[in-house]
Design a binder for this molecule. Structure first.
Ligand code: CA2
Length: 150
């Protein structure tokens, strides 16, 4: 029997407020629009997807730990914690689940403080500057990675 791949999509602080400001950077879509877009992409790829959003670093660490043995891949936009959190890096390294870092905006073209990403050191890939489509591209990377491992 073919097992359906399960992917967990994690979003960090303030991403629940998408759509209310800075549409020139993040677009006009809301968090619910993002979830719908990614759900649609997951359906097309034939993978199962669950979502989690939190504004709290420790809750994000807890959710990554709970993913251990349950999910085959993680897509994570740690938002501001990208640039500060060793705890999130340690969490993804601990669970050893292939993880792709996503940013809606192109952080490489933004402020100096956004040029640091701790979580990147524990990720199999990074997608940035592609809006909501970047989450779908991240899932495609995870699917391709699983195919290669067969
Ligand atoms: O580009 C991204 O996806 C970011 O991860 C978004 C973070 C930012 O700190 C990172 O450097 C890059 C910020 C998320 C803020 O969320 C919003 C809330 C309301 C309206 C627009 C965005």
């Amino acid at each position: 029997m073919v097992k359906t791949m399960r992917i967990l999509v994690i979003n960090g602080p303030n991403l629940n407020m998408l759509g209310i400001r800075e549409p020139e950077i993040y677009g006009k879509g809301t968090y619910d629009d993002l979830v719908e877009h990614v759900r649609c992409g997951a359906r097309a790829l034939g993978v199962g997807v669950d979502f989690y959003q939190s504004n709290h670093e420790g809750d994000l660490v807890d959710r990554i730990q709970q993913a251990y043995g349950v999910y085959d891949g993680i897509v994570i936009n740690p938002a501001a914690y990208t640039h500060t959190s060793v705890a999130l890096l340690d969490a993804v390294k601990t669970v050893e689940i292939p993880t792709v870092e996503v940013h809606i905006s192109d952080v490489s073209q933004r402020e100096d403080f956004r040029q640091v990403s701790y979580i990147r050191l524990g990720c199999v890939g990074t997608v940035m500057g592609k809006g909501f489509d970047g989450y779908v591209e991240a899932m495609e990377m995870l699917v391709a990675g699983q195919e290669d491992a067969k």
